[in-house]
Design a protein. Structure first.
Length: 318
């Protein structure tokens, strides 16, 4: 998790691993040991060397110990499944919910994704009553479950009355909450229904989500009329997980799909790799869309610390 700077559903409030690591220990390419097991958040002692290792995907060293900043588990939670006419409306509701506090998770699913998963896992009847283009799962905390449910009601009822929300259901028990989350979590249902798709993990500034997805859908339709676009992700930080598929044996040109997915991200302030790193699969995209000065510095650091290319060779950058 440290090597890939992992994120997840709660990154918008807890940060990614880079924000959670106070100190670490690592074995370096020359066999030496870096020991910086600091236990405080304020430690300005020149360059923060541990940050080079966080997210380096094992290219600069192997983390062997770490000091992490932890958060207390919530006492109880309540989950609501909510629909909106657009991602822009969902973002507006997210900001309101976040401002009220006690928001743990906010996961967005565009309709094609939610319908595909619901059909695959037998939950069609659950999502059928929801109008709109996107579904969102909001999870709030409370001292007790009724307390958490009351918080959600206070936030959601005015939004329903104003028309911002199309439809909303607050889970009444753990089974119903589990069904809600299955629609978000069973992402492999897309592959089962539309095998051989191209998968992407990008991040977009939250207030640009609606525009980015709408533009991407249009660009994909121009590439192939029968393309199947599936999208879901973390509403709080704009991290989208995208799948581009087509009927079996009729896959669109991946190079063209890559351009459609990646080309507008930098102009919007986004990233071609949100939480899953570069590895082998995104090396060409990094070379094409990464800033030359940034890539040159990364290569220089790699050469200085690992001139024999011992650590995870052939990954991220050549």
């Amino acid at each position: 998790m440290i090597a890939t700077n992992a994120g997840g559903m709660e990154a918008f409030r807890c940060g990614v691993m880079r924000h959670r690591v106070l100190g670490l220990e690592a074995v370096l390419p020359d066999g030496g040991l870096l020991s910086d097991m600091t236990r405080v958040s304020k430690a300005n002692e020149g360059l923060d060397i541990k940050q080079l290792l966080i997210g380096s995907e094992g290219r600069l060293g192997i983390v062997t110990a770490a000091v992490l900043k932890l958060e207390a588990l919530p006492g109880a939670t309540s989950t609501a499944l909510v629909s909106f006419e657009s991602a822009a409306a969902a973002v507006e509701a997210f900001h309101l919910a976040q401002a009220r506090g006690r928001l743990l998770r906010a996961e967005i699913m565009w309709r094609a994704y939610a319908d595909t998963v619901a059909q695959d896992v037998g939950l069609d009847d659950l999502v059928a009553p929801f109008p709109g283009q996107v579904l969102v799962l909001f999870e709030h905390s409370g001292k007790t479950q009724p307390d958490a449910q009351a918080v959600q009601q206070e936030i959601l009822v005015p939004l329903v009355e104003s028309g911002t929300i199309g439809h909303a259901i607050i889970a009444q028990n753990d089974r119903q909450a589990s069904d809600f989350w299955r629609i978000r979590e069973e992402s492999w249902a897309v592959e089962r229904q539309w095998p051989g798709g191209y998968w992407y993990d990008v991040s977009v500034p939250v207030n640009a989500l609606d525009q980015y997805v709408c533009e991407l859908e249009e660009d994909l339709k121009a590439i192939a009329s029968d393309v199947h676009f599936s999208c879901m992700g973390h509403l709080g930080d704009g991290n989208l997980h995208i799948t581009v598929s087509a009927p079996r044996g009729n896959r669109p040109d991946k190079a063209l799909v890559d351009v459609a997915v990646y080309s507008n991200l930098k102009a919007k302030g986004g990233s071609i790799s949100a939480e899953h790193g570069i590895g082998l699969e995104k090396m060409q995209a990094l070379a094409a869309y990464g800033h030359p000065a940034k890539l040159a510095m990364a290569r220089a650091i790699k050469q200085a610390l690992d001139p024999d290319n011992l650590m995870n060779p052939g990954k991220v950058l050549l």
